[in-house]
Design a protein around this ligand. Structure first.
Ligand code: ATP
Ligand code: MG
Length: 650
């Protein structure tokens, strides 16, 4: 089957959890019949479905006539319409939500601020006017390199207000990564801070900016927020204090009414599979899906205190920290620092104090908390929670169960949401009031999303078998191009099958039609004629009581073609040993079969991850093969982890 790229599935997970009845009763989408009705409506007449949704969901300064123009692989949505995303997030909620907290901010050192919709709106307008005073015009690119403080949201919204294209660079990135991105996008202004707090220390943003600036000549002005220091600016005419820029600016600002297809932001992908791509999103289609998916997937209610833990430097921070929640008028929690600062219970402490109702985080965080045991969780009252979400990687069934039982007290539905920077918004996910969930499955595509599992020839693969995950029809929040590299847009996403978006991920459906993500196609391991997705073997390892996290890669092997190498992190209190290696290999063999039994197990203190918490298996492949890596590591979280793995060679 290798020629059609089918992937063999070995995982068997049969637990099913129906949505709690009282949850369904109040939900936006209450049953699978409701879901099916929406799905059918979208399938029958996509133009009408998306057109109706767009009219309901967004404020239009000028209406659109054409819902979609699709000249594969290029889509234009809601063509003649004009809108403004900042207006949709703020103005239209005023005066009703004037005094409602939009953002509940907590800094790592413990400082707190509540920013109401009214205040947020005024701050955005002042900064928007400030940007205009610097000569920023519609279409200009503005870089944002800030810690997780309310000003990060203010910066994004101010750009949207004046029609500038923002590009947020994660505050933890080095000066090289910053400089590369500023150059690639040709940013005119950079909005930054002197520093931010992380793990009890200052992240030296300003130092990185100073180092990057000489090589980013397009930048005319650097606007500096004071967060950690004394407000002293670096020497030079390019630097200006944030306070100086906004002081005295009017707190009203007429929005720039942009065309639907006006670029909203450029965001670089996580770099799990290679050099990051500058994904470009435009205004109306992105806004529509951001708003709709946030309300449906998180089943938002007016009184929710919603917490998505992602950094605004990632797409999850764009869609589910800033735009989606604000368009829906809910209160969102913003936390600056590390999850375990000053203690292992910081997250749970935040949930208890703010009475958060929804938590949306990543498997990497969940596994890290599992590793610490239930103790820190049990110190806090988490009864305010009513819904849990996961995003970023396949969530191993055991981590899903722990999330549900220990964090959710067994009463909160868990939504495992599959999507990408490129998709702009959630594509495959349970709807918590409707979908019976299975641990580790992202379940079904949302209405209007044609996620299909195909082989290389475009045939649907039979149920139970793995294949390539495609989105076969355009959707409003799809990326429009790779900024500055239109060819890469076509070659990366539309060259497997013409006119169909290739996600790069492998997936399968089970007998009930549930979708299971199997990991990235690049990471598939070919063992003795069987093509295995990494997710299933890793999940089998994580199901072992002593294992916290696992990454599986292939290593060239004379005999088998490819040998399976597993890198394993143990839960606290467990020591590595040869006996444990044998025990784990046997465990995998028993759980999912002999072909998936690792040939080699290596214990590791940590695994190489992107800064957004994804395991970088491409780097582990080199380690497993004993090769020195020459790959792009600009988004790697911690070079030391990689170095330690290299020395581990037996
Ligand atoms: P790059 O494209 O540069 O390699 P990346 O793919 O890690 O980086 P993102 O867009 O941040 O960048 O991540 C999207 C990917 O994350 C998906 O393609 C998928 O592999 C993985 N992913 C996200 N959510 C889930 C999920 N719920 N289940 C399984 N995998 C997920
Ligand atoms: Mg990707």
């Amino acid at each position: 089957m290798a020629d059609t790229q089918a992937i063999d599935s070995v995982l068997n997970e049969s637990r099913v959890f129906a949505p709690p009845e009282d949850f369904s009763r109040r939900a936006h989408i209450r049953s699978m019949q409701d879901y099916q009705r929406l799905w059918d409506e979208a399938e029958k007449d996509p133009q009408k479905y998306w057109g109706d949704r767009a009219r309901e969901e967004l404020f239009w300064k000028e209406p659109f006539q054409t819902v979609l123009e699709w000249k594969p692989p290029h889509a234009r949505w809601f063509i003649e319409g004009r809108t403004n995303l900042a207006y949709n997030c703020l103005d239209r909620h005023l005066p009703k939500l004037q005094d409602k907290p939009a953002i509940l901010f907590e800094g790592e050192p413990g400082d707190r601020r509540s920013v109401t919709y009214g205040e947020l709106s005024r701050q955005v307008n002042q900064l928007a006017n400030g940007l205009k005073s610097l000569g920023v015009k519609k279409g200009d690119r503005v870089g944002i390199y800030l810690p997780m403080v309310p000003e990060a949201a203010v910066a994004m919204l101010a750009c949207a207000r004046v029609g500038a294209v923002h590009s947020v660079v994660f505050g933890g990135f080095s000066s090289e990564a910053l400089q590369e991105r500023m150059k690639d996008m040709g940013a005119k202004v950079l909005l930054t801070a002197d520093g931010g707090w992380r793990k009890g220390a200052v992240v030296p943003l300003m130092k990185n900016v100073e180092a990057a600036l000489p090589n980013a000549p397009s930048i005319e002005k650097v606007v500096v927020l004071t967060r950690t220091g004394d407000g002293k600016l670096p020497e030079g005419p390019k630097y200006m204090a944030w306070d100086t820029l906004v002081r005295g600016q009017p707190d009203t600002c007429e929005p720039e009414w942009v065309e639907s297809e006006h670029p909203l932001f450029i965001l670089y992908t996580s770099g799990s599979t290679g050099k990051p791509k500058g994904v470009l999103h435009t205004t109306a289609g992105y806004a529509l899906n951001a708003s709709l998916t946030t309300r449906w997937v998180f089943d938002l209610r007016e009184d929710d205190v919603y917490w998505c833990t992602a950094d605004v430097g990632w797409v999850t921070g764009h869609t589910y920290v800033v735009y989606g929640p604000l368009m829906n008028g809910v209160t969102t929690v913003l936390y600056e620092g590390a999850p375990t600062q000053p203690g292992p219970d910081r997250f749970w402490d935040i949930i208890e104090r703010y009475k958060a109702t929804i938590l949306y985080t990543a498997p990497t965080a969940i596994r890290a908390f599992m590793r610490l045991g239930d103790g820190p969780v049990k110190q806090h009252d988490l009864s305010s929670l009513r819904l849990l979400g996961s995003v970023g990687e396949p969530i191993n069934p055991e981590a899903w169960m722990w999330y549900r039982d220990v964090i959710g007290g067994g009463r909160c539905p868990v939504v495992d949401t599959w999507w990408q920077t490129e998709t702009g918004s959630i594509m495959i996910s349970p709807l918590p009031g409707a979908t019976p969930t299975k641990p580790g499955s992202a379940t079904f595509p949302l209405p209007g999303i044609h996620a299909e599992i195909l082989d290389r020839d475009g045939n649907r693969v039979p149920k139970g078998q793995g294949g390539l995950l495609f989105v076969t029809k355009p959707w409003p929040s799809m990326l429009r191009t790779v900024y500055g590299d239109p060819e890469r847009y076509v070659s990366t996403y539309f060259s497997e099958l013409p006119g169909m978006y290739f996600t790069g991920d492998g997936a399968r459906t089970d007998a009930d039609g549930y979708i299971w993500l199997m990991g990235r196609v690049d990471d598939v391991v070919n063992v003795a004629g069987h093509r295995l997705g990494t997710a299933e073997v890793e999940s089998a390892l994580v199901a072992h009581a002593k294992v916290s996290e696992a990454a599986v890669v292939g290593r060239p092997d004379d005999l088998k073609g490819t040998a399976l190498v597993a890198f394993v992190t143990l839960k606290q209190g467990n020591a590595p040993s040869d006996a444990l290696k044998k025990e784990l290999a046997t465990h995998v063999g028993k759980e999912i079969g002999a072909i998936a039994r690792p040939d080699e197990i290596r214990f590791a203190e940590g695994l190489p991850k992107t800064r957004s918490g994804k395991i970088m298996r491409r780097l582990l492949r080199d380690v497993a093969a004993g090769k020195k890596s020459t790959q792009d590591t600009t988004t790697l979280e911690d070079l030391n982890v990689l170095a330690a793995l290299g020395q581990n060679d037996e």
